[in-house]
Design a protein. Structure first.
Length: 225
């Protein structure tokens, strides 16, 4: 990870998903995804994205050599602090991530996993304090059901296209993706929003009425410049 990328991740970690979502709205961009739940820890995660997509077993791409279990290539490709993001939209109930993968990712310093699908072995992820965000859980194995199509290709999460090298932030409020091309503008806008909301909180604590604090300026805060 370059110094610039590290600085972006540090700045992103200081924010919350709602502020980043508001920044996207202000800039006329999309990236927020609902329904991806904080399943294993209450840790916020933020970092660069590594992707993989799952397909039904009968759609498996041709490959040479021994088979590789889903997620292992992403686990080896990801750098410390990266977030693995999975597309599992096959309609087949099967785990898109599991306990051994969580342990392997934890050992490598990967920040967490976001899956647009179901995950297995969530109790193991909890025991490792490894953050997993997903649609839900299942005990059904991926073996003989779904396979990995490819790693670090553009994927779909909700209705958002996510590419390797994009950025993501996830917390108890939800998950937000930021395209690499827009990361600096989004960070600047989100930091401005966070600063203004911190000032509003101080005003409330100082005794100002909430109707004054959340007045016209707040309502227009996300209007495009």
């Amino acid at each position: 990870m370059t110094t610039t990328e590290q600085d972006r991740v540090v700045r992103l970690k200081r924010l919350d998903a709602s502020a980043v979502s508001d920044a996207l709205d202000k800039l006329g961009l999309t990236g927020s995804v609902a329904g991806l739940n904080q399943l294993s820890t209450t840790q916020k995660i933020a970092g660069r994205v590594v992707t993989y997509r799952l397909v039904a077993k009968d759609q498996a791409p041709a490959q040479s050599g021994p088979p590789r279990h889903l997620g292992t290539t992403a686990g080896e490709t990801a750098q410390q602090g990266d977030v693995i993001v999975v597309e599992q939209k096959t309609g087949i109930e099967a785990g898109s991530w599991g306990g051994i993968l969580s342990l392997g990712a934890k050992v490598r310093g990967i920040a967490g996993v976001v899956s647009d699908g179901l995950v297995r072995d969530i109790d193991e992820a909890r025991s490792y304090e490894f953050p997993v965000y997903a649609r839900g859980t299942t005990v059904r194995t991926a073996r003989n059901r779904v396979v990995e199509e490819a790693t670090n290709i553009p994927i779909s999460v909700g209705d958002i296209t996510v590419s390797a090298g994009d950025f993501v932030i996830a917390d108890g409020g939800g998950v937000v993706f930021i395209q690499l091309a827009h990361i600096d503008d989004v960070l600047n806008a989100a930091e401005e929003i966070a600063t203004r909301e911190a000032t509003m909180a101080k005003a409330l604590l100082a005794g100002q009425p909430i109707t004054a604090v959340m007045g016209g300026d707040y309502e227009y805060m996300l209007n495009k410049a």
